[in-house]
Design a protein around this ligand. Structure first.
Ligand code: MRU
Length: 347
């Protein structure tokens, strides 16, 4: 498959002395990179969604550690890790639900722990490896996931899981890219993903950049779309996959899974193994991020709700594993996931 033709966007650029993040708050009308020269600027970019998507925030945090390393002196990795702990804590606290953030920081910590006097080069190599491995995993998942989709199918996706949310190519959008390239997917629908509109502002723009035609729907139109017979698969990403297969993803994913099961539409979760969290037994143990209720009070900075109305804004939900037909990681496909199959795959 010609990957490059369908994969042109890169949201994270390391220049050697700063981290440049494609500012997702400004898309689709401004394509601007935000320059971060300190780890606290990276933490703030993660918190404010300048960079977002589970794998992308892990990669950004890894580079944040490299930036933090410039502010300390240490003879070896063990002392460096001790001095870097406060900066890593602040990076880790930027967002709670996607496990990739903690996972990437744990990897940086581990690399430092065994490093000698060349620990600065070691962590730069580690950050680069985390990024490169993510891109490779996405391409592998694209092939594995697309193979499950029968030629001529339609798919619905949610949020943004593409190049913008990863090192490149994307997770669920990677499967869609591969499925379109192979002629399996004929129709792509994307939900708006209120309130932050990742689907409307990011996903359909990203697909347009790569020449993939996608139709935007209101989130509320999803069940009717499924009833119409136009989609055979819902394909989504994940922020955390638990030991029993329960999956946290963008708010609205759970109701898509319920509607899919009702209509005989299949439901696929696509995520790298860095999103699998075998230490969390099931979805009820996941910390669900709640963001500013103000995100619900207006659109594009224009207030649409009367003053004095309270709003509840959880930004993730958990889809029980019983509603998932396939979890696709770079290690393979798990059909009808449960605790036993997860243990066999991830130990
Ligand atoms: O709040 P966001 O935009 O960071 O949420 C992103 C999602 O929920 C994605 O679906 C998930 O991180 C997978 S991205 C490959």
């Amino acid at each position: 498959m010609d990957f490059d033709r369908y994969d042109r966007i890169r949201p994270i650029r390391w220049t050697g002395d700063r981290l440049e993040l494609l500012d997702q708050r400004r898309l689709p009308f401004a394509v601007e990179y935000l320059a971060c020269t300190t780890s606290d600027e990276v933490a703030e970019a993660i918190r404010t969604l300048a960079v977002r998507g589970a794998p992308a925030i892990g990669i950004a945090a890894a580079w944040g550690v490299v930036l933090a390393a410039r502010t300390i002196e240490a003879p070896d990795g063990a002392e460096a890790v001790h001095k870097l702990e406060p900066a890593m804590d602040r990076l880790n606290a930027a967002r709670p639900t996607a496990v990739n953030l903690a996972w990437a920081l744990a990897r940086m910590r581990e690399a430092l722990g065994t490093a000698g006097p060349d620990w600065r080069e070691v962590i730069e190599r580690e950050a680069r490896a985390i990024e490169a491995e993510d891109l490779a995993a996405n391409r592998r998942m694209g092939a594995l996931g697309a193979a499950l989709i029968a030629p001529g199918s339609g798919v619905l996706t949610h949020c943004n899981t593409g190049s913008l949310a990863t090192a490149g190519f994307g997770t669920a959008l990677g499967v869609i890219r591969a499925g379109v390239a192979e002629g399996r997917i004929q129709r792509v629908f994307a939900g708006e993903t209120r309130p932050w509109l990742q689907g409307a502002r990011l996903t359909v723009w990203e697909l347009q950049q790569d020449g993939i035609a996608a139709t935007l729907i209101a989130d509320a139109a999803a069940a009717y779309l499924m009833q119409s017979g136009k989609v055979q698969w819902v394909v989504v990403g994940a922020d955390r996959i638990c030991a029993n297969g329960d999956t946290a993803n963008k708010i609205g994913t759970y109701q898509l899974a319920i509607a899919a099961r009702h209509h005989g539409v299949q439901f696929m979760v696509v995520a790298p193994s860095s999103t699998v969290d075998m230490a969390t037994p099931s979805g009820d143990a996941i910390h669900i991020e709640e963001r500013d209720p103000g995100e619900l009070h207006g659109v594009g900075g224009v207030r649409t709700v009367a003053e004095g109305i309270p709003a509840w804004n959880p930004v993730f939900d958990v889809t029980p594993h019983t509603l998932i037909d396939a979890i696709v990681t770079e290690k393979g496909v798990i059909e009808r996931p449960d605790a036993e199959k997860m243990r066999a795959a991830f130990g």
